[in-house]
Each structure stands twice: as structure tokens, then as C-alpha cells.
Ligand binder design. Structure first.
Ligand SMILES: [Zn+2]
Length: 350
């Protein structure tokens, strides 16, 4: 598969933050009025009572936060709506937007399947429900490929709030579905990382050493999530911006190991981690200087009301990067993609 000019690869997008609030709100009405999913009727009614207008709903989902943990609360509202019955609808809408408005050729979609299933029954019953969600998303991407030709790779997220057994089950599920799942991630509030370090480290090791999976991890995003012991098990780092800012001595080792940072500019302003684009400049500059690849990503494009080309445009406008650097970063995303099947940069061949 060839990558044409101006096409983009998105390496860091959460299903919980990928669907536009407008589409989610219409979905609540569909559940209520079309009797779409009777099991979700109570939840839809509850949300529609609490958020009586679309504007109230949008304001709740997109309000700025003082911390990463507070920011992640919006996902808790959305995740129960993204069940096995609804992911096809939501992923279809997502792919449509990514194709028409972002010119994406490749999309890595990440989510924690455990947050999207009923919690009764045994762990093995829960694993089978999680597998159903993976299969539903895979089937949706395949069915939509003719109309929206985007290569979709799934990344299953462990969560810092979940017990080790559940996180390991998520890793094992990913390993058991090599065609459908490209990698695993560790997400959730990083305030839990220090106290859960041993268990989380075991899960990362399990994924990399025992299961041979590609691994990324939300790490060095805020000052709370700087756990050096996780680094040897990672192919990429979700965010990693505290490394150039506070731990630059780690950069040469990342360059040597070809570990790419998934930098999501808008997120840092939403979580209160950074205040200005000027603070991003030294992050990009140090990485360019020391040969650490960066891929620019949106993290939660639906909730941020921003699309990948606009992330680049804002970095250009604020002189964080120049056009030449933008092309390098755009190509980095294809090169570090876990499943991109094509040629890195066709334009250079002509
Ligand atoms: Zn993220």
C-alpha cells in the first residue's frame, strides 16, 4: 500500500476521546427514541436528564482540567456507551471523519476493553466479552475499508487502576489475536504508577518478554508518571515530554533504541501540564538534536475538537517546528507505526 502526499498516520488516539460529542449525543437520542439497545436505555435516560441540551453535554466532555486524573473523568462518562453493540456505529463515524477531514491513511485506535464490558461472571467470561469487542471493531474496519480506506490497527490498553490479573488478561488477549491487535499500551491516571510500579512492571515485562508484543505506555507525560524502570520494555512512549524537559540524560538511550515519542500537543494544555506552545519548542528541539523521533498525535481528537492536520498547523503557526521538520515528523509516524504495510514516503521517490 502506498502513502500519497499529505496523508497522515495517527499513532495515539483513544476510542473514548475519538468520537465527537455531537455523535455521542445523537446516539443517546437514538437509544431513547429508536429503542436501539434496551440494555443501555437507563444509562441514556440518566445522561439525557443530566445534560438536557447538547451544549451542556459538550461543555461537560470538553471542559479544561487541572490535572490528568480530572481530564480522564470525561472518558468514564463515554466508555459505558461504547459496548459490543455500539462500537460498529462509533468506529464507522470515526473512520468517516478521519478519511474525509484528516486524510488519514493509518490509524492506531487504543482502548481498554475491560471498561466496555459487563463486569459480572468469571475473568474468563470477561475475557471472552472483551474479545467480542476486538472482533467487532476489526470487522467494522474491514467492512468500511472500501469506502474509507484507512488501515486500522487496534492497541489494547491496560489501566493503572486495574488489578494485575486483569491487565495480564488484556495482554494475553492481545497476544491471542495477532491479526486484530497490533500492540498493548498502559493508560489510566499516572498518579497510581509509583504505588503500583511492581505490578505494572510485571505486566509490561509479560507483554514484551513472554508474549513478544509491541508495547507502548503513557509515560513521562506529567511529573507523576516518570518511572524509568518501564523504559526497557517499550517500543514507543505515549507522550514522554518530561524526558526532554526534566530527564534529558535519557534521550541518547531512546535514540539508540529507536524509541519514538508520541507527542500530543493539545492534551498538555487540556490537562494543565503545559500552558503555552512556547514550552513545546525545547521538547521538539532536544529530540531533533539528539536523534529521538517524535510522532505528533491527537490523543482525543473528538473531545479536543481538533484534527491531526490542525495539530501540525498550530505547531507551524507557533513556530515550534518548520515545514521541513513537519515532513520528518509525518514520516516518523508511518515508520514507527506498529502495522503500516506500505512505503514510508512515496513523494521522495519521484
Ligand atoms: Zn493517551
Amino acid at each position: 500500500m502506498n502513502q500519497g502526499p499529505r496523508q497522515y498516520a495517527e499513532l495515539h488516539l483513544h476510542l473514548g476521546g475519538a468520537v465527537l460529542p455531537r455523535i455521542l449525543y445523537s446516539y443517546l437520542h437514538k437509544i431513547k427514541h429508536d429503542n436501539l439497545h434496551p440494555d443501555k436505555l437507563e444509562l441514556a435516560n440518566q445522561y439525557l436528564r443530566r445534560y438536557r441540551t447538547y451544549e451542556q453535554w459538550e461543555r461537560r466532555l470538553t471542559k479544561p482540567s487541572k490535572s490528568l486524573s480530572e481530564y480522564l473523568e470525561a472518558h468514564k462518562i463515554i466508555e459505558p456507551l461504547q459496548t459490543v453493540n455500539s462500537v460498529a456505529y462509533m468506529v464507522n463515524r470515526l473512520l468517516r471523519g478521519c478519511y474525509i477531514f484528516e486524510n488519514l491513511a493509518y490509524l492506531e485506535l487504543r482502548y481498554c476493553p475491560y471498561h466496555r464490558i459487563p463486569k459480572d461472571g468469571t475473568l474468563s467470561q470477561q475475557v471472552s466479552r472483551m474479545a467480542d469487542i476486538v472482533m467487532a471493531i476489526h470487522a467494522t474496519a474491514a467492512a468500511n475499508f472500501r469506502e474509507f480506506p484507512i488501515v486500522l490497527a487496534q492497541v489494547l490498553c491496560m489501566d493503572s487502576r486495574l488489578p494485575k490479573e486483569v491487565n495480564q488478561a488484556i495482554v494475553d488477549l492481545a497476544a491471542s489475536l495477532p491479526e486484530e491487535v497490533a500492540a498493548v499500551d498502559l493508560a489510566g491516571p499516572d498518579t497510581f504508577y509509583a504505588e503500583q510500579e511492581d505490578d505494572l512492571l510485571l505486566c509490561l515485562k509479560h507483554a514484551k518478554e513472554k508474549r513478544g508484543l509491541k508495547v507502548t505506555c503513557h509515560l513521562y507525560e506529567t511529573p507523576n508518571g516518570c518511572i524509568e524502570s518501564f523504559l526497557p520494555y517499550l517500543d514507543r512512549i505515549g507522550h514522554g515530554i518530561q524526558i526532554p524537559l526534566q530527564y534529558p540524560k535519557l534521550l541518547p538511550q531512546l535514540a539508540r533504541n529507536k524509541v519514538c515519542l508520541e507527542v500530543c500537543p493539545t492534551t498538555y494544555f487540556r490537562t494543565g501540564t503545559l500552558q503555552t506552545y512556547g514550552q513545546l519548542k525545547p521538547i521538539f528541539q532536544s529530540c531533533f538534536d539528539l536523534g529521538v523521533d517524535i510522532a505528533v498525535c491527537t490523543d482525543n481528537s473528538g473531545l479536543h475538537g481538533i484534527r491531526l492536520p490542525l495539530e501540525f498547523e498550530r505547531l507551524l503557526t507557533h513556530k515550534v517546528i518548520n515545514f521541513h521538520e513537519m515532513e520528518l515528523i509525518r514520516a516518523n509516524a508511518f515508520r514507527h507505526a506498529f502495522r503500516w504495510p506500505g512505503i514510508i514516503n512515496r513523494r521522495e521517490e519521484h
